[in-house]
Design a protein around this ligand. Structure first.
Ligand code: ZN
Length: 486
């Protein structure tokens, strides 16, 4: 950090202290430490060279292609508002970071033999003035701003080997080490966001957690992103999901520090904000809009099926999902070993799953549908449900079929249901009203949801079908001709 930046940081911390003193508060030392840490990180991530280093590890082409697809699908399906490209990029980056880039460390595996069952044998402090280390610090540890190094002993190695886990503070060093706990995750992820051109700030909750927020211009607000969980826009994750109390939440941006006394994830405040997100239940104001996932491509064109009448090439969304591993797209991928899971569908609450064709597609009459149970917890299986249909997002839902007391024969088992209604539709919604055991299940899950239609009537697109048929016949004739000439 340059001298100017040091001075600016010191000034800012002093101001913060003065402000607190003026309000009769005394800042606890941990809070001061977090502010310093957050500001240093934010400033470091403004360094163009550091951003360039981060940019070089990002698979930008792949991320941009995925983000563009999300935008395309959103506008093709008439979502209002349609997802904005930077928002889609932020979400794509988050999933990549969690799934492909960074790792969580509880205890460090042996760096020599890979043994995961090592013993923590202490922490060395590298701060100036700290007692002498039993092992000299490595130059990369000092360069990476590690102030502490955790030591892990492996007894498989003879003699016992000590592996060092430097807790790097410098986001650039984390691009190489690619591992850590929530602080390291937030620092490195925030840097990747900055490299991708997203405006971010680091959030410190004094009780012990750190995450990132990204400013969405499309939504006109800061948007919660927790890289450790790949959680996107779920500020209630901590208080509702983990049951922890947030207190003294601060935001560190390169332009300054912000006290988030009314952090939107705190259930004690910002009811309006949470209601807009659909995260509150009943309220005296307008009813909260049901939260739903965005539409994603079903990517089911190549799903193996002995049924040529299976609907393909559509889009799916649901009342909720458990990303990144149990997102809604998993229900259409034809793999009985992957699943869609929705925590919103437990305790007798309704949950739903939608399959839609594009808005330009010819409406189709579905004659049957199949559900495939997931790998575990039979109590999470749908038991009572309704299939509804509609022709467009502006249209209401019509009842097509219903099932009560459905019971799967086992795990990865498929049940088939007939649909007697001949209503042609472009969208189908499976509304699940009860699970196999509502009181025992904490979520709903399914491995598969497939729809089957009557074969297309010849008058639906006469030109194309006859062209195709002619093409096939001609090919047949050529083949026959080729055989005859041999
Ligand atoms: Zn070892």
């Amino acid at each position: 950090m340059s001298h100017d930046a040091d001075e600016q940081l010191a000034r800012q911390l002093q101001e913060e202290e003065n402000r607190a003193a003026g309000q009769g508060q005394v800042l606890p030392p941990s809070m001061l430490g977090s502010m310093q840490d957050g500001l240093q990180c934010a400033r470091r991530c403004e360094d163009e060279l550091v951003q360039a280093m981060a940019f070089s590890v990002l698979p930008m082409e792949q991320l941009q292609a995925q983000a563009s697809e999300a935008v395309e699908v959103s506008s093709a399906m008439g979502e209002d508002p349609a997802v904005a490209l930077p928002d889609a990029l932020a979400e794509t980056l988050l999933a990549w970071f969690k799934l492909s880039f960074f790792s969580w460390v509880d205890k460090l595996p042996c760096e020599r033999c890979g043994n995961g069952n090592t013993q923590n044998v202490g922490i060395e402090t590298l701060r100036p003035g700290a007692p002498n280390c039993s092992f000299p610090p490595r130059s990369e540890e000092l360069q990476g701003g590690a102030q502490r190094v955790e030591l892990y002993r492996c007894d498989h190695c003879v003699p016992a080997h000590i592996s060092r886990f430097p807790r790097y503070n410098d986001p650039q060093a984390l691009l190489d080490s690619r591992k850590g706990r929530c602080g390291e995750w937030a620092k490195c992820f925030g840097l990747c966001c900055r490299a991708a051109g997203l405006d971010v700030r680091w959030i410190y909750d004094m009780s012990d957690h750190t995450w990132v927020e990204y400013y969405s211009s499309a939504m006109g607000r800061w948007l919660h992103m927790d890289p450790c969980e790949a959680a996107y826009d779920k500020p209630l994750l901590y208080e509702q999901g983990w049951g922890k109390k947030l207190h003294d939440v601060i935001a560190c941006h390169h332009l300054g520090l912000y006290d988030l006394a009314a952090y939107p994830g705190k259930q004690s405040g910002a009811a309006d904000w949470r209601q807009q997100r659909g995260e509150t239940g009943a309220s005296s104001a307008a009813p909260a809009k049901a939260p739903a996932t965005r539409y994603v491509k079903a990517h089911d064109e190549r799903v193996a099926s002995d049924r040529p009448d299976r609907l393909r090439g559509g889009f799916v969304r649901a009342s909720g999902e458990n990303k990144p591993h149990e997102g809604v797209a998993k229900v259409a991928d034809g793999n009985p070993h992957s699943k869609w899971l929705d925590f919103g569908g437990a305790n007798g609450r309704e949950t739903w799953l939608e399959y839609s064709l594009s808005q330009q597609a010819t409406p189709v009459t579905v004659t049957s549908f199949e559900l495939t149970s997931a790998n575990d917890f039979p109590e999470r299986d749908p038991r009572d449900f309704v299939l509804e249909g509609s022709t467009s997002t502006a249209d209401g839902w019509r009842h097509l079929a219903a099932a009560n007391n459905a019971s799967f024969l086992g795990r990865h088992a498929t049940l088939s249901f007939d649909v007697s209604s001949s209503q042609p539709c472009r969208r189908w919604r499976l509304r699940i009203t009860a699970l196999r055991d509502n009181s025992a299940a904490n979520c709903v899950q399914l491995s598969g949801f497939a729809l089957f239609a009557k074969p297309a009537a010849p008058n639906q697109s006469p030109a194309k079908i006859s062209e195709q048929r002619q093409g096939l016949e001609q090919e047949g004739r050529w083949r026959r001709a080729a055989l005859l000439s041999r």
